[in-house]
Write a protein that binds this ligand. Structure first.
Ligand SMILES: [Zn+2]
Length: 186
């Protein structure tokens, strides 16, 4: 006869529990997110094209709740302090193929070159005649925007969408890379 134990744990599965690692699996997909246990190794395939990885880049991930952005309405300093105190961090080694690793390196060099040029151009332009000096701030600003755009477009890897004590959620890998992961319902 089964005894009714008021203090027994609930039999229904708790959907907030971390995915089981009993099978050795530590990386899953959940909707558009990749979900992995802290410290897990990602599959050795390039996150951009799903080809065999040649390079692994160490990436630090930072995440805080979106609601914190509301603090920006009160003040930048308050937001910054609360975000720094409550943020969660994780690290992951991101696999890339040789082509995308080179593309990322070239992008970084181009972004730094544009950034440096945006500073150097106004200095060098001091000797330019008065008729053309007006375009220097525009040119400098355009170079700075280009540096940011190139940097973001070519160096972007993974973006954290949730980090808790057990697992990390990120977005960024291509669909083919995602499809080879087992799904998990979280
Ligand atoms: Zn690739």
């Amino acid at each position: 006869m089964e005894i009714d134990n008021t203090y027994a744990p609930p039999k229904a599965p708790n959907r907030l529990e971390p995915p089981s690692t009993a099978t050795g699996q530590q990386v899953w997909r959940s909707g558009r997110d990749v979900v992995f246990v802290h410290g897990a190794a990602l599959p050795p395939r390039c996150i951009h094209c799903n080809q065999a990885a040649q390079t692994w880049l160490d990436q630090r991930l930072v995440w805080h709740r979106n609601a914190l952005y509301l603090l920006l309405c009160i003040g930048l300093v308050l937001y910054f302090v609360v975000a720094v105190v409550t943020r969660r961090r994780a690290r992951v080694r991101v696999p890339l193929c040789a082509h995308h690793a080179k593309r990322r390196t070239r992008g970084l060099i181009a972004a730094w070159a544009c950034g440096a040029a945006s500073i150097v151009v106004p200095i060098v332009a001091n000797g330019v005649n008065a008729k053309t000096i007006g375009i220097i701030p525009i040119l400098s600003g355009a170079l700075l925007v280009a540096a940011i755009a190139i940097g973001m477009a070519t160096t972007r890897l993974l973006r954290a969408t949730l980090i808790d004590a057990d697992r990390v959620h990120v977005r960024g890998p291509c669909d083919a890379w995602m499809q080879e992961l087992p799904p998990v319902d979280i």
